[in-house]
Design a protein. Sequence first.
Lengths: 433, 981
Amino acid sequence: MAKLVYDKDGRLLFTKEMKEEYTILMPQMLPVHFGMFRQLLVLEGYKVDMLTSNHRGIVDEGLKYVHNDTCYPALLVIGQLIDAIKHGGYDPHKVALCITQTGGGCRASNYIHLLRKALVKAGLEFVPVISINLSGLEHNPGWSLTLPLLRKIVYAMMYGDLIVNVANQVRPYEIDKGDADAMVERWEERLTQGFQKGRGMTRREMLALFDQIIAEFAAIPVKDEEKVRVGVVGEIYVKFSPLGNNNLEDFLLSEGAEPVVPGLTDFIIFKVYNRIVDVDIYGGLWIKKKACQVLKGFIENCQKDMIAALKKSRFRAPGTFEEMHKLVHGYLGDGNKMGEGWLLTGEMLELIHSGVPNIVCTQPFGCLPNHIVGKGMIRKLKDDYPSSNIVAIDYDPGATKINQENRIKLMLANARQLAKQAAAEEEKELVHA
Amino acid sequence: MSLRVGIDIGSTTVKVVVLDEDNRLLFRSYERHYSKARERACETLRSIEDMLKGKDVRLVITGSAGLGVAKAAGLDFVQEVYATAAAVNQFIPDTDAVIELGGEDAKIIFFGGALEERMNGSCAGGTGAFIDQMATLMNVTVNELDELSLKHEKIYPIASRCGVFAKSDIQPILNQGGRKEDVAASIFQAVVDQTVAGLTQGRELKGKIVFLGGPLHFLMGLRERFVETLQLDEAHAVFPEDGDCFAAIGAALCSSDYPARPFNELFRLLEESRGATSVVDTMPPLFASREEYDAFTARHNSSTPPKADINTYTGDAYLGIDAGSTTTKMALIAPDGGLLYTYYHSNQGNPVAIVLDQLKTIYGLCGDRIVIKGSAVTGYGEDLIKNAFSCDLGLVETVAHYRAAAHFNPDVDFIIDIGGQDMKCFKIRNGAVDSIMLNEACSSGCGSFIETFAKALGYDIADFAKLGLFTKKPVNLGSRCTVFMNSSVKQAQKDGASVEDISAGLSISIVKNAIYKVIRAANADDLGRHIVVQGGTFYNDAVLRAFEQELGREVTRPTIAGIMGAFGAALCARNLHLEKSSLLSLDALQSFTHTARPVTCNLCTNHCSLTVNTFDGGRRFISGNRCSRPLGKERIELPNLYRYKYRKLRALEGKGKGDGSRGRIGIPFGLNMYENLPFWFELFTRLNFEVVLSPESSRKLYIKGQRTIPSDTVCYPAKLLHGHVEALVEAGVDAIFYPCMSYNFNERISDNHYNCPVVAYYPELLAANIPDLKKTKFLNPYAGLHRPHDYERIGSQWFADTFGVPRHEAKEAIRAAFEAYHAHEEDVRATGRAYIEEARAAGRPIIVLAGRPYHIDPEINHGIDELIGSFGFYVVSEDAVAYLEDYAPRKVLNQWTFQARMYNAARYVCTQPDMQLIQLVSFGCGTDAITGDEVRSILESGGKLYTQLKIDDISNLGAVRIRVRSLMAAMEERGKEQDNG
């Protein structure tokens, strides 16, 4: 058995020995992306399980061990991890947990600490917790995010964003139910197998794979019909995680809408860009700024490649990070960086500009940054874009699905009305012409 | 064209309408469904079968509960707000806005310009249901409530955030003798404020407004409050004849888009859907068998006081009264604790009358045989009852409950009391009440919620509770608050859960709320080995069982669980060993009179809502006051650093040392300005600007800006900013300056030095939501005061770009501003030191009232600092002691400057025997979900008591008083313990 080693502040470390013996449990936020991230970690020699559990027991464990007024994602993620240790069939002395840590001014930076507190409360203080972050917080001898690994993660993220994007554009229209999901699975498999053999992780290979992915999704037989498109933005966990948002995408699909979910890439670029902005508006080391600019440039180039690949196809392509950034001017300052910061408003603007004025803005109940960047900007968006149709939905252990769905239904009813009016006007114009 | 049928199934009612081809209303009905929505709808349809039989009709369902019905039956559905808009468009086309209140939802629709439709957020639920609950609370019907409201003389400010909050505001007003008429109108006003604040979100309500929905249709008092608040005349306030059925009418109109089908087929589909259930979220049963239940009751019934008979007993007796928030409890005991007489009843909004009546009964029963030698009163109504009947002793509830619990289990180390409104939990250590946990507003009313709910379904509470004992699958209803639970119940009903499942589910929810929200325990050992449970809610065997199940430990429930407070008070009265009780005699009771008059105190800017109770013989009792001035006594002002800091900051206005020649700069007095004003004042006045501060915060100022608040769950300190900024616009300043600040000063006591997201970015929210800001220059640059050298460079550039100030001049002013900030900081610390020394010289205890800088605003803290002072404490703020400790690693990420001060203040308090800390928390402050736990663990590991006061736009000072007095009682006990040890 691995020895428990602590650092000088009493933090339990993840040791090299543990790397051999322990299974690392990681929460899932984006099903496709995180599946590939997991695979990359396995390639680095870690034993990793991604938790896909989705049952009431998760919330109950969360309520038990986390302050009930803490944001819902913390409650869910911590509840899911503890539920897995207790009931997932693991030897509690042979598991470690990992959790991301962003390090911004929002409560989310505290998740890892709340997790540790929860473990103590649950009598599991011997379970090591690994912080995954880019800020150099909390070193662990048995864990390292090397530069090559980071690069692979960036590539995996690009594939993830692309696959999710095209799958979303196919799924509502597929003639044979399940085609798109089967294709997603096939590509996940193929890509991760490729990673194993060291493939798919250069720009050249990525470009080729982009084209293949797009071509194969485009080949799925679809019906020719118009559906209302609905954008999904929000706090990152409830935006993406089906566990967090009560299967929002499935609900939208069942209501005959096409969900449009902006990807993860912009969020990552946003987080890197924040460090550049900090130096600009408050002062600081130019070297830090330079390093971040290099990283930002690298990811942005990958994003541009993806956009270019999409533009060649029949699929709609998202805008670049900088294009979105320009839209936010006049709404929020560049310094607004906590949580999703100005990016959230930016995503709403980009959706509106790309013909998706119908938006579900998701947030955990009482989310602090979203008071400002979510609910706080809807008024101005409505004034500037009268056709924008945004509904803010709170997620919480106590919030009922019926209330959430009723509000989304109102937004959808308005969306259909808007679409009808637009079609009528178009017709009128045609008649006049 | 065929007939069109619209069915609106809401949370409490079913509305059915039939329209002919000319949109004439052939039929309409509005009926309560008592949770049997599908049955109700079918019955109504059956009653009009003759009209529709054999015809092809178009039928569409709408409404919050209609969604599930439509799905289950395979019928067409339209969203109800959409349907309402369609109906209004058709029948009242020149409408500007619609306000519709239903059982659970509030909706607003704006026409004209862009169509905007909004529903209340999750935290503002309960409109019609809320009014029902309030009526139950006051023991009147909804119609009586309405009639009462029309005769009001004054309106009490009642929290409009949500029903639970409002309820905990109303309770003390009732208990302190407020007039029912005034309370009734205040309840309606709260509904109005909640609707206006929560739904308009920056769009002005003006023009022709149509009011719809059941409550607005039936309640004239509610209409009156809306019309008055929105200042509408008759032409602009429209209450249509069928305003209660508009959504159903809209659904009928919308049905034109759907195909017609034979009525018989539609009816059959609806009927067949009645049996469909789909409840998934269930929990294990409470009892597996009858035997298990019998063993359980036998065990609990063994904790019972000695028997005594008032009809035969002769000797001394002691009276205890517990004037609780919703119930009045009385106990008359013999010296050995034998129960001679007990009373437990809802106080029906008038505890004085009930106690009077009971006292007469007791005196009658006592005759000449029994002499009452002592009387004590506890609970919310303690002061009122004590003054009314001249009781010998008033004591804080925690002490009364502990005395009673110890009577049954001398080893008791944990007590939990769940009453109608409140939960109280306390640990006992070495024979004294040690740490106290009281529920905050969000957990209020759990006990009475079950009762109201049972009544609404036509059950009495005891029967309702029994229903759930043996169900196999209790539903999970969540545990956040009763508003959320209420809507979970609606969902469960929609899914077809039975009353039994819901009954058990509610009991379990209440227990989870108590354990995980109030006590914050993860397992039984966090509580204790000898747990005594009490309070009326524990009479409910389902709640008791759920509690034992959740903890996995057996507990003691005395048979007199509901009157433990009164029993404890009686024991305390006994321990007074008086020769003669001062309690009013039977003769005196004959001439007893009581009148209550509402008054607004004008002796200071707090403008407390007082209730003046006058009794026969000139006895008077005034309640609702924060200080002793309205009682005719001289106000004793102990040194109080909150007051000092506030006055000092308010003085920072005008031209300072400059000449004001560059113009007038408005600064909103809120959030980060409470910290940084000394900096900005110095900077602007040095640069020859005149600084204009926004007015002092007040409820009026809040109301002024209320309509532009986009998020109703943000904290009150932030919401106040809207009014501040609008006032500055009116003041006609040249520009308003309110910077964004991600970072705060780095005081080197934390891992990082952020502001919370709300403090950091609220200026941007204001810019986007307040239309008036377009009339002026609103300057909200990002400012980084945490890097003084860089700010000199970056800030001076900003001043050069914005105002054309020469850079060298700006740089100099910035340097001076930093000095001024630090001088202010040092002054606060020095004054704090002086106050502490003074307190020690006078032998007074010191309270560190730990909050954020903006908590010194009297409108935010509601005078809590003065209230604490009135108990004889010296009050200092967290920043006056935080600097006395260095950095230390914490169990949480210590990344906010203001919050870091609280950790350090708590650590410092642990080193000082004569200090205690009280944490002030604003409702909706997300960071305090983290800091609260951490401060508590620092204090508890240092042997101190943790007290948290949660405050919002209205504060129930009664609850604050109980917490502070509980703290005092615990301090006293500890003091004694130390003297003995």
